[in-house]
Design a protein around this ligand. Structure first.
Ligand code: NAD
Length: 498
């Protein structure tokens, strides 16, 4: 049955007045299953006005009370866990267990936000001068906006709004138009958890509404996660309009395999990290950088049968469960297939070819594995965002490290080794924001902050954790001296006229 996704403004689902709509497809069947309103600029202005009104009271609500809303929200999300995971699989395509994992990682940020009374404690210095004290306080910034990608329709919004709201801000979420249902469902659950109307609004749409969020003077802060060209545009435009911005972009994550690595461990790590969620993760490993031909030969021998045997199919309703679902869209499938064609044309050795895998009209492709990929090739330089792993053979550790450091992206990386000295050297010298040692996808926990380096991020502050609290608050420092008061002149005898 076809459904329609509208907006959530001022605590209500509001039917959009727009005449433009986007199609929501089921990636597993290729069939359209719903439509999403591509809202007008005027509707976005309504949401901003609602958020501004709501900010006045919410910002004055004690942090403890705001935290209690987060506690209830977490409980509700857990009660609805399977329904939400199914919704993710239905619109995104990822397998059900992966969708559940996404929810768990997102809920960890809600758990972090539950600690907001403690996180907002400022600093205090007594007697910075004689009789003078200083203290700092962290105050909410105002109306904040979040613009999110298709690949984590629950987790990436959850990186943003729980922290923003707990800090006392109001928020406007503009989810991906490809899988917008989760955002609306989470807004409903937050209302049920006791969030006052207008504190969280969801506006569906595309560039038209995003541009309003980037330029309207009432919006104080913009969080973005998506591709690098758009991240750069968001950063440049919103900064030029005086807003603080955190804009996270694309990635090409390398896993460095040293000759002393436990190969079985490295192979199993690569399978999950390269092919999980069909490679549509910003922390997916898309390059295995292997030191020495002998190591590379052994790795390819162990890896290739596993890649060829990947269970590819719909994300829902399979038993035993599939390991890899479809890609997000027909266009993206064509793009990923095009990269495999390109790799062959560029002279890389296609060890496993996923192009033959299909399921009806769904947007499926099997896992592909390239060996002997060169750093000049497009399949090495560009983000493919699909289940395509490139093996690059490096003669030694220094060459491998240089390749990672010279790549334009710097989101995540990992080293697999048994040598502590090599690992230590790697973690200190690599130019990448999130680093794993024998951990393939080093996504920081919610109480740390998430973000890459180089063209994987624009703006100085990362998502959630301590940086999230810094991003969604302004620091104010008060220096106070009190003139001599009654105390000095207090008299304890019966006052008489002087
Ligand atoms: P995208 O950049 O196409 O879209 C992201 C958001 O921006 C969507 O809400 C979209 O509606 C909006 N948007 C698209 N074009 C726009 C325009 N011209 N003007 C204004 N807004 C626009 O990204 P996507 O395809 O949804 O997601 C995949 C990308 O996200 C990949 O590059 C992936 O690496 C990246 N990503 C990065 C991280 C990270 O943490 N660094 C996490 C997840 C995804």
């Amino acid at each position: 049955m076809s459904y329609r996704i509208d907006n959530f403004i001022d605590g209500e689902t509001i039917e959009s007045r727009s005449e433009r709509f986007g199609a929501i497809f089921d990636p597993a069947t290729g069939q359209q299953q719903g439509t999403v309103a591509l809202s007008t600029a005027a509707e976005c202005l309504d949401a901003i006005a609602s958020a501004e009104r709501a900010f006045a009271d919410w910002s004055q609500t004690p942090p403890l009370v705001r935290a209690r809303v987060m506690f209830r929200f977490k409980e509700l999300m857990e009660q609805h866990r399977d329904e939400l995971a199914r919704l993710i699989s239905r619109e995104h395509g990822k397998v059900f267990s992966d969708a559940q994992g996404e929810l768990t990682r997102g809920l960890e940020v809600v758990e972090f936000a539950c600690g907001i009374p403690h996180l907002l404690k400022g600093e205090h210095s007594l007697n910075v001068g004689r009789g003078v004290d200083s203290h700092s306080m962290m105050q909410p910034v105002g109306v904040c906006a979040g613009i999110t990608p298709f690949n984590f329709p629950a987790m990436v919004p959850l990186w943003m709004f729980p922290v923003a709201l707990a800090c006392g801000n109001s928020f406007i979420l503009k989810p991906s138009e490809k899988d917008p249902s989760l955002a609306l469902r989470m807004a409903e659950l937050l209302k049920q958890a006791g969030l006052p109307d207008g504190v969280l609004n969801v506006v569906n749409g595309d560039k038209e509404v995003v541009d309003v969020l980037l330029t309207d003077p009432r919006v104080q802060a913009v969080s973005f996660v998506g591709s690098t060209p758009i991240a750069q545009y968001i950063y440049a435009t919103a900064s030029a309009h005086g807003k603080r911005v955190q804009a996270l972009g694309g990635a090409k994550n390398h896993m460095l395999v040293m000759p002393d690595a436990d190969l079985d461990q490295a192979v199993s790590a690569l399978m999950g990290a390269a092919y999980g969620a069909a490679g549509e993760r910003c922390m997916a490993i898309s390059v295995a950088l292997v030191v020495g031909d002998a190591t590379a030969d052994a790795l390819v021998a162990k890896l290739s049968p596993l890649v060829a045997a990947l269970r590819v199919g719909p994300g829902l309703g399979q038993s035993p469960e599939n390991e890899m679902g479809p890609l997000i869209s027909r266009e993206h499938l064509a793009k990923v297939r095009g990269y495999v064609d390109q790799g062959v044309a560029e002279g890389a050795e296609l060890v496993v070819d996923g192009r033959g895998v299909s399921h009806g009209e769904g947007y499926f492709i099997g896992g592909s594995l390239f060996d002997r990929v060169g750093p000049e090739m497009r399949i090495y330089r560009e983000e493919i965002f699909g289940p395509v792993l490139a093996i690059v053979r490096a003669p030694d550790y220094e060459t491998a490290l240089r390749l990672i450091n010279e790549h334009e992206y710097g989101n995540g990386t990992a080293i697999f080794t048994c040598d502590g000295d090599t690992a230590r050297d790697f973690t200190t010298r690599v130019q990448v924001g999130m680093v794993g040692v024998n951990v393939p996808i080093p996504v920081p926990m919610a109480f740390h902050s998430f973000g890459g380096w180089k063209r994987s991020i624009f703006g100085p502050l990362n998502m959630h954790g301590p940086d999230g609290v810094r991003f969604y608050t302004r620091m104010k420092t008060v220096t106070a001296r009190w003139p001599q008061s009654l105390r000095a002149g207090a008299e304890f005898s019966m006052p008489t006229m002087k």
